[in-house]
Write a protein that binds this ligand. Structure first.
Ligand code: BGC
Length: 649
């Protein structure tokens, strides 16, 4: 290593263990390389770098939220997004991107769900892994966040997630286990506590990260998460971000008194110095390979593949020449989430009506703003048109969860009243997470989940609405009928504690298992995990399952039975009917998305490593693969099962 720990004084070592300011590591007046970090997962939020909190961000390309990215079911697009973000970093002299966020979506109302991948830990891990590879292959570091069991925003600084060992391993760190295969340079620890101990000073979790999950990089705190820097250092956390004077003073005193040994201090310092050295040397290899226009194209591609068509009575795609009324404000903005994921633009985004006009030149398209106008004006505009598009926008942000997953009464009323006047009402949702639609879902003709689609979102949406792009996005989070249906919402939760008595039954694992247990009324969901419509129809056939030693190979054919080319994501789940331990009814273990030409058949091959079928045994403290029969279930969604087979392991 270039930096020798012997060359640093005690004071310098203590200083190295916290940032220089909000966005840089300590450089000891030029003695070590100063690492510059920046948010975030969906585009660069590069504050002015004066080192202070706040400050207006430098404009950057706004990519679709991680939620939208995951709905593409296309890990190669996660890689591509990572590549594009690396170029954004290089141009701004940023060494390390504070992303990706892969926390499991346990609660539908969590204010940060839009920044995360899925309710499924395996899928979260795969997308995290590919995103990290994309960024780091271009010599920019990542910070995989937020480790761990950080699944709500309300009282995020004071709350303790209380859970058992098996749930911790199989759900809330399994995502990290997979993403860590890409060797992120850093991991960011989360704000919350786990079983009563703050994660930023949790020795067991830090040891697990390094020893069991194989992480060899630097662990940094989330911003302001360190209360007791002495405990943090002793627990194995390397870097406190940002700098806090009182923490520096307490740590220095603890080192001088011997409470923190020099050996403990050195171990943390070496990690910081390794990161500094790595950033310095990788910088020499950096090369910007994409233009801003190419990045925008990549962002649009993600939106085109990640927007989900949830309902369609046949009104979509819109025919050129159809008269269309667009109602609502969402149609005119670059909608992105709030908080550290917020991206600033330096230009206006073309509105949905403008984009629609380009694709439906023969159509008359009118637009009324929802917030500016009265509901009566909006719905009058919809009357007599061939279709009415109601655009709903809902801004989620970190630091707070939604009080309700329903839309506001005003928005629901607007949808219901528009649908009363126009039977071809299409609801377009610009949103961060799932919505309870029970009040209006059956009254409208079509529903499109756009998510926070980034600056090219309206361009992508217009192509889908006009049929230029055949939708292929599928949900990565279950849409429950109501928030109360989610098992996690029935668990004990106070300001200080969140009891994870739902255990392994997160997301579809609960609804699926409940159905199997005969609790049909509790199991009914609005849209299941893995669901999304296309303008094409697909048939599945010819399932063959083979044991290849370390892997299982699941092969089958998918035929496009329509006259339109379309992409289909097929999902592979496994079930252990005779397991010795409790298991959710079925669990995702693979997937493949392919473009299938009109009237054509494609052969799908999904390779499932056997280790993905393991459960964590608290008796042996090991991952165990059970011997016996496994059921392999191939579905167009978690509920839409198309093929089943068996294999003996
Ligand atoms: C967020 C992190 C973010 C950091 C720096 C924190 O509030 O939780 O995700 O990277 O701020 O902006």
């Amino acid at each position: 290593m270039k930096y020798d720990i012997k060359n640093f004084t005690l004071d310098e070592k203590v200083r190295l263990l916290a940032g220089k300011d909000v966005w840089h590591t300590e450089d000891l007046d030029g003695k070590v390389y100063k690492v510059k970090v920046s948010d975030g997962p969906v585009g660069l939020r590069t504050p002015n770098f004066s080192g202070e909190w706040g400050g207006k961000s430098i404009p950057a390309v706004s990519f679709p939220s991680t939620q939208v990215l995951s709905q593409t079911w296309s890990p190669s697009l996660a890689y591509r997004t990572g590549e594009m973000l690396a170029d954004e970093c290089i141009e701004r002299d940023v060494d390390l991107l504070l992303a990706p966020g892969i926390n499991v979506k346990r609660l539908p109302q969590c204010g940060r769900n839009f920044e995360y991948v899925s309710e499924d830990p395996y899928l979260s891990g795969i997308f995290g892994r590919e995103y990290i590879k994309g960024v780091q292959d271009h010599h920019i570091g990542t910070s995989l966040k937020h480790y761990c069991v950080n699944n709500q925003e309300n009282s995020r600084l004071s709350q303790s997630s209380e859970l058992d060992e098996r749930t911790l391993r199989e759900i809330y760190t399994y995502n990290f286990k997979i993403a860590l295969e890409a060797k992120p340079w850093t991991v960011m620890s989360s704000y919350n506590a786990v079983n009563g101990v703050k994660v930023s000073q949790h020795k067991k979790l830090n040891d697990m990260l390094r020893e069991d999950l194989g992480f060899d990089g630097l662990i940094m705190s989330d911003w302001g998460a360190v209360d007791d820097h002495v405990a943090s250092v002793k627990s194995g956390l390397d870097l406190e971000m940002p700098y806090k004077k009182e923490n520096y003073e307490t740590l220095l005193a603890a080192v001088k008194s011997g409470e923190v040994t020099e050996e403990e201090l050195d171990a943390r310092c070496i990690k910081v110095l390794e990161l500094c050295e790595r950033c310095e040397s990788e910088k020499k290899l950096q090369k910007v390979e994409s233009t801003v226009e190419e990045r925008r194209e990549a962002a649009q591609r993600v939106a085109e593949e990640g927007i989900v068509l949830l309902k369609n009575n046949g009104i979509l795609p819109l025919a050129d020449g159809a008269s269309v009324s667009v109602i609502g404000d969402g149609a005119t903005k670059n909608i992105s989430g709030g908080g550290s994921s917020r991206v600033e633009l330096d230009h206006n985004v073309p509105t949905l009506p403008e984009e629609l006009k380009a694709h439906l030149p023969a159509s008359a398209i009118s637009h009324v703003e929802f917030y500016g106008g009265k509901i009566s004006r909006c719905i009058t505009n919809a009357y007599g048109k061939d279709a009415a598009i109601v655009c709903v926008d809902q801004i989620d942000t970190e630091g707070t969860d939604r009080d309700s997953i329903r839309l506001s009464a005003r928005l629901e009323e607007c949808i219901i009243e528009t649908a009363r006047l126009n039977p071809n009402t299409i609801v377009v949702l610009y949103h961060g997470s799932v919505i309870d639609m029970t009040a209006w879902e059956d009254k409208v003709a079509a529903i499109v989940s756009v998510g926070y689609p980034g600056e090219k979102g309206n361009a992508a949406l217009a192509k889908i609405l006009s049929g230029k792009v055949n939708p292929s996005g599928k949900t990565t989070e279950t849409y429950p009928m109501t928030a109360d249906d989610c098992l996690a919402n029935r668990c004990h939760r106070t300001f200080c504690h969140s009891v994870y008595s739902d255990g392994l039954l997160v997301g579809y694992r609960w609804y699926d298992t409940a159905k199997y247990m005969g609790k049909e009324s509790e199991a009914k969901v609005l849209y299941p995990f893995g669901y999304g419509l296309s303008y094409s129809t697909f048939e599945y056939s010819e399932l063959a399952i083979t044991d290849n030693g370390e892997n299982i190979s699941v092969e089958f054919d998918v035929t496009n039975t329509s006259e339109r080319d379309g992409a289909e994501c097929a999902q592979v789940y496994y079930r252990v009917p005779t397991s010795a331990v409790f298991r959710p009814y079925k669990e995702l273990c693979g997937f493949e998305k392919k473009l299938v030409g009109a009237d054509k058949t494609e052969h799908y091959t999904v390779t499932v490593p056997k280790e993905y079928l393991a459960y964590y045994s608290t008796a042996t403290d090991k991952w165990e693969i059970e011997q016996g029969d496994y059921e392999i279930i191939v579905g167009a969604s978690c509920e839409d099962v198309r093929l089943t087979g068996k294999i003996e392991i």
